[in-house]
Design a protein around this ligand. Structure first.
Ligand code: ADP
Length: 226
């Protein structure tokens, strides 16, 4: 479903951020990408949601080379990929409901649909009773749950989570991880980048370890050493 073939990425004036990456992800997998800061995790994920292009090699999604996408195909791809980040990226002047409904609006859904879907998704992430609050009025963990709700509204095939728990306490961290696991159980592929060894051990799914832009280990389940 997702394939990185012979990928390298060199940012101008820097040493390679990625070198000779080969990684294949099947539909429905939960893959944790781990490694120290600077190992190349974010760059790898950026290639998939097309924020960066590889210097060499091919990134494909559903067998389509992302470099071949033209015009409308690019937003179509992006709708298949939900993203969440360490800093939530919520719109501060919109309520939690509006943050989620905005994503539906951009995708061209009708008001009727929006009013039906947005509260349902906020309920799923446990925030049905805080829909009218603003991001600053809720905790970091709750903001991240809104970000996750927003990432889910277009029923993406993949969720890319780049250090989603980087700013969270252990309890909120575990809540987010459990949500990711639940989303995965329902069939969505999950790619999680983190440097948190504790949560990866707990998740107990496939772990890809990166070091200096290379994949140094790829294990089906669980434990790893950094
Ligand atoms: P990680 O997510 O594992 O912390 P990154 O992918 O962010 O790693 O970074 C990998 C390497 O690429 C680092 O050496 C980093 O400094 C460099 N890098 C990342 N983004 C840029 C950029 N936009 N311009 C130049 N260098 C970058």
């Amino acid at each position: 479903m997702i394939s990185f073939e012979n990928i390298s990425k060199v940012y101008p004036g820097s040493s390679p951020a990625l070198e000779n990456i080969n990684l294949f992800v099947k539909p429905g997998e939960f893959v944790s990408v781990v490694g120290h800061s600077g190992a190349g995790k974010s760059t790898l994920l950026k290639l998939l949601y097309t924020e960066e292009k590889p210097t060499t090699g091919v990134v494909s999604f559903d067998k389509i080379n992302l470099l071949d996408l033209r015009g409308r195909e690019l937003p179509e791809l992006r709708r298949k990929i939900g993203t969440v980040f360490q800093d939530y990226k919520l719109l501060p002047k919109k309520t939690l409901f509006e943050n989620v409904s905005f994503a539906l609006e951009v995708a061209g859904r009708s008001d009727t649909e929006i009013n039906e879907v947005a509260p349902k998704i906020l309920d799923i992430v446990g925030l049905g009773d805080k829909m009218e609050n603003y991001p600053r009025e809720v905790s970091g963990g709750e903001q991240q749950r809104v970000a996750l709700a927003r990432a889910l509204v277009n029923k993406p095939k993949v969720i890319i989570a780049d250090e989603p728990t980087g700013n969270l306490d252990p309890v909120s961290t575990w809540e987010i991880v459990q949500l990711l696991l639940k989303i995965n159980e329902f069939g969505t592929t999950v790619l999680l980048a983190t440097h948190d060894k504790g949560i990866v051990d707990k998740i107990s799914k496939r772990v890809v370890v990166m070091e200096d832009g290379r994949i140094v280990s790829d294990k089906k389940k669980g434990k790893y050493e950094l």
